[in-house]
Design a protein around this ligand. Structure first.
Ligand code: V47
Length: 367
């Protein structure tokens, strides 16, 4: 007689006892196909740690200062070289003009701006665009530049990471987005992003930001060559840094979109919804010290993001005006989400929609 062993049972006991999960637990969670049990366990862990029925979103505007990039990440469909006809690099004035025009249409409270690592600008360019945006929109939180871009600025300027971050903070930088982390494993980085800085540099940049009082976000780009072991290792490295600093506001899993990348020619497909939900659940369970896990609707579509609110996520990111990175790689979602649609999806999922600012202060709720 075959006796079914519930591999999740010992993990469930740890969750109920408030015990920290380890590497082996993380692997067992990824290897489980009991999707509903994973979701239920992640939601239970979220609630045991103080989460309730609120699901958060922010009203934000996406800007990309440049699409020119010296790094040839194989997963990226956004970057171009300076010589390509669709290359652009916006001046501070152009970015401000654009943001002010958008401000008349939507009441965004956050600008999320990232871009390529252009070798054709200098560090003063970055300081100038932050200064101008902050002067034009002093009440808008500026969430700008991945750790990879900050590292790029140290190369452009010869300054230390701390000095770059301090200079940007002093002219208005509010927080860093979580991009550029990809997967920390050296094997994976060699395969998908050989030109990118070492993971230690990404982590050190966030550590430095936290020490300067700049909160940050963190991500993992999954669904390409990484193994379950490499996913768990990535999550535990983020958890270890959060133990040290407490500076991460949220974790955002990013599903790989293959269109218009070298991987499309190799026949790679988009992740399955079940993997997206599993990633949300396992990250919620392992990252016991990061307050929020985002189900990024741009990446997974709003209907699945609403389901993910039952798998440990408590945030759907935002209204997002004009996303470009995922859309270059084939995302079919809208590039913008109207608040009333977002509120409808969240409410229909049985959650209370709460509009937040970047730092998770509540601005408005729909009950
Ligand atoms: O660093 C690039 C990823 C990131 C592809 O901090 C791709 O709140 C999938 O970091 N398929 C940029 N992913 C986006 C990002 C982000 C998004 C939403 C919220 C936050 C936050 C941060 O997008 C890049 C890279 O990891 N990416 N190309 C692609 N083809």
């Amino acid at each position: 007689m075959v006796v079914a062993v519930d591999t999740l049972e010992p993990i469930r006991e740890k969750v109920e006892a408030g015990e920290r999960l380890d590497f082996e637990d993380g692997l067992a969670l990824f290897e489980s196909d009991d999707l509903l049990a994973l979701g239920e366990l992640a939601d239970r862990a979220r609630r045991l740690r103080g989460g309730a029925d609120e699901a958060y979103f922010v009203q934000n505007l996406y800007l990309n200062q440049t699409n020119v990039c010296r790094v040839k990440c194989k997963f990226c469909a956004f970057a171009v070289t300076q010589k390509q006809s669709d290359a652009y690099t916006y001046t501070g004035e152009e970015l401000v003009e654009d943001a002010l025009r958008q401000r008349e249409l939507t009441g965004f409270t956050e600008i999320h701006m990232v871009g390529g690592e252009s070798p054709h600008v200098d560090f003063d360019y970055y300081v100038e665009i932050v200064r101008r945006l902050h002067e034009a929109l002093p009440d808008v939180h500026l969430k700008l530049f991945t750790a990879s871009e900050i590292h790029h600025m140290t190369k452009l300027s010869g300054l230390a990471h701390e000095d770059v971050l301090r200079a940007l903070r002093d002219v208005g930088l509010g927080s860093l987005p979580g991009g550029g982390a990809e997967v920390f494993s050296a094997r994976v980085r060699r395969l998908v992003a050989p030109g990118k800085e070492a993971p230690e540099i990404w982590l050190e940049t966030h550590r430095t930001a936290h020490a300067l009082g700049i909160p940050t976000h963190c991500t993992m780009l999954y669904g390409h060559v990484e193994t379950y072991e490499e996913r768990v290792d990535h999550l535990l490295r983020l958890r270890a840094l959060q133990d040290e600093t407490g500076g991460f506001l949220a974790f955002i899993p990013l599903a790989f979109h293959p269109e218009n990348t070298v991987f499309e020619r190799r026949g790679w497909k988009h992740t399955a919804g079940s993997d997206d939900l599993k990633l949300i659940a396992v990250s919620r369970l392992l990252l016991d010290n990061i307050a929020h896990v985002k189900a990024y609707w741009i990446m997974m579509g709003m209907p699945l993001a609403a389901v993910a609110l039952h798998f440990g996520a408590d945030d759907v990111q935002g209204t997002v005006v004009r996303e470009q990175i995922f859309h270059a790689a084939g995302a079919r979602t809208e590039t913008e989400q109207k608040i009333d649609e977002l509120v409808r999806h969240v409410s229909d999922a049985g959650r209370i929609p709460v509009q937040r600012d970047t730092l998770y202060n509540e601005l408005r709720r729909w009950e």
